[in-house]
Design a protein around this ligand. Structure first.
Ligand SMILES: CC(C)(COP(=O)(O)OP(=O)(O)OC[C@H]1O[C@@H](n2cnc3c(N)ncnc32)[C@H](O)[C@@H]1OP(=O)(O)O)[C@@H](O)C(=O)NCCC(=O)NCCS
Length: 160
């Protein structure tokens, strides 16, 4: 799954998975994901098919701002597994998990405005679009605008 994910043009620009990763590079990335829990910087999950356990993608809940009551989420679905709203189902599960963490009040997503697959995923998961943050992040060597989406504890309309 990690090798397939690395073939996506965008995924390697927003994380540490190298483009067109070798099996060795992909396994090293998996190991880096596992270090988040050990270091207390967040939780990295593999999205798996509940029936077959096949790996479909990844998502993370990053907790560096937990002292302020905030977390950030990020996700990617392997190209061959897209088109079935896997990201939405994974993000809803992530929220269920997130609200079990005492002191967490907001889960935030930062999404580039062109990324409609991701903005739809956020909206289908009950996140609210809060605004456009100009020149918020550097991606692939360029400053990029980001939409801020948030889910707030106790205020989430649960989608059907
Ligand atoms: C974002 C991502 C996880 C969504 O994958 P997914 O869960 O398989 O999502 P789907 O392909 O089912 O698409 C979700 C919705 O967006 C829509 N969509 C997808 N691509 C779209 C596009 N280019 N324009 C408009 N709508 C689009 C789909 O039609 C679907 O809506 P529908 O179910 O009403 O038809 C996946 O595209 C991905 O991994 N992208 C690369 C990494 C990334 O961008 N991560 C997020 C960073 S913020």
């Amino acid at each position: 799954m990690a090798v397939e994910l690395s073939l996506d043009d965008y995924v390697p620009t927003i994380g540490t998975l190298p483009p067109q990763a070798s099996a060795e590079q992909a396994l090293a990335w998996v190991e880096r994901q596992r270090q988040h829990h050990i270091r207390g910087t967040g939780f990295a999950f593999c999205i798996a098919d509940a029936a077959t356990d096949q790996a479909l993608g990844q998502l993370g809940l990053w907790l560096r701002e937990l002292d302020a009551g905030r977390a950030q989420a990020g996700y990617g679905v392997a190209p061959g597994a897209r088109g079935r709203r896997v990201g939405t189902r994974a993000l809803l599960s992530l929220l269920d998990f997130g609200w079990t963490i005492p002191g967490l009040h907001r889960v935030e997503l930062f999404i580039e405005p062109w990324n409609m697959a991701s903005t739809r995923t956020a909206e289908y998961s009950g996140f609210t679009r809060e605004g456009l943050l100009h020149s918020h992040s550097e991606i692939a060597g360029e400053r990029r605008d980001m939409l801020l989406y948030a889910a707030v504890r106790g205020r989430q309309p649960r989608p059907d």
